[in-house]
Design a protein around this ligand. Structure first.
Ligand SMILES: Cc1ncc(C[n+]2csc(CCOP(=O)(O)OP(=O)(O)O)c2C)c(N)n1
Ligand code: SF4
Length: 317
């Protein structure tokens, strides 16, 4: 496992996800990808589901990927990477691998649309079959590449083009699906949540290094603030990610062997969720007097979930 020491050293790792891509200014997708691929020195094979990352980083004949890379459908990034991993294993067994001295690792990236929803069956299947890969969900809480529709990861109250705010609607009504726990319930040897940015860069990089070096299916759910559809200024991306953690809207934790839960960052003082919601246009309507109850409901859900995580950690189950 690569040892993640200090930021200077980590930042000097030769990039395998190059600049020049077309992600929007301030997009967190690129930050997360760069941190993940730089968290290992092993050779990589990557599959990427259709979504912002894929359309912005591989516009033929250009590409930002300096590793072996497969573009795969919206629904099957996990199936694609498990096929590549199985082929590599088979060739190695027959002594036909292109370089037997090299360690090759397999990583898939998908948005929340491609992971929580449409790609979930292929992810669940690849996990159940026990392939050796890391799957990273770039969770920007909506289908952003196609104009900002809701997904099953969209949080309560958010305005999206298919859960619009208006006279009779306060935005998204369903609770965000708890995919991290669902992946843990598959018995994955390692699952974790993470955010990009300056404050928690080491948490993400260490989790990625750990997941890549763990044998078997591993999963990281990385919150990916989207300047365009969440509506905040591009220079605020890392601050928004930090606020998600400080409010416990997106708590940082890891689960080993399907059950052993560890909270990897504990805010000194949990900040009220208004601070997070108020910084994003997608929640602006919640601050109208008639929608105040929605913010109270979100706060209640956050408090209950934080309590639940702490109890599980204490119980060690
Ligand atoms: C089976 C299928 N359904 C729909 C589409 C159209 N489509 C392409 S990308 C996309 C949304 C991607 O959303 P997400 O996975 O959350 O990634 P993001 O763009 O937000 O990074 C959709 C609906 C498709 N390519 N394939
Ligand atoms: S729409 Fe959002 S997720 Fe997509 S490239 Fe722009 S900022 Fe990134």
């Amino acid at each position: 496992m690569k040892k993640i020491t200090n930021l200077k050293e980590f930042a000097c790792t030769p990039d395998r996800f190059q600049g020049g891509h077309r992600l929007c200014p301030g997009c967190a997708h690129g930050m997360i990808v760069r941190e993940v691929v730089n968290a290992t020195d092993d050779d990589l094979v990557i599959s990427t589901a259709t979504g912002c990352l894929e359309v912005c980083s591989a516009i033929y004949p250009y590409t930002s990927w300096d590793v072996s890379w497969l573009h795969i459908g919206f629904e099957n990034a996990a199936a694609g990477i498990s096929g590549a991993e199985a082929m590599y294993k088979a060739l190695s067994r027959k002594n036909r691998s292109y370089n037997p001295d090299k360690n090759v690792k397999f990583v898939a990236f998908g948005g929340d649309g491609g992971t929580y929803d449409i790609g979930f069956q292929s992810l669940s299947g690849a996990t159940e079959r026990g392939h050796d890969f890391l799957y990273v969900c770039l969770d920007n809480e909506g289908y952003m590449n196609t104009g900002g529709q809701r997904s099953s990861s969209t949080p309560v109250g958010a305005h999206t083009t298919t859960s619009p705010r208006g006279r009779v609607s306060y935005g998204e009504k369903n609770r965000k699906k708890d995919l991290t726990m669902i992946m843990a319930a598959h018995g994955c040897p390692y699952v974790a949540t993470a955010v990009p940015g300056t404050k928690h860069w080491k948490d993400l990089a260490t989790k990625a290094a750990k997941a890549i070096s763990t044998v078997g299916p591993t999963f990281i759910n990385a919150l990916s603030p989207c300047t365009t559809e969440w509506k905040f200024k591009p220079e605020d991306t890392t601050e928004i990610a930090d606020l998600a953690v400080e409010t416990c809207m997106f708590p940082l934790y890891e689960i080993e062997d399907g059950h052993k839960l560890t909270i990897t960052y504990r805010p000194k003082q949990k900040i009220p969720v208004e601070e997070y919601l108020g910084r994003q246009g997608r929640f602006a309507h919640l601050f109208k007097p008639e929608n105040k109850w929605v913010i109270e409901e979100i706060q209640k859900q956050i408090d209950e979930y934080w309590e639940y995580l702490q109890r599980r950690e204490e119980a060690g189950v």
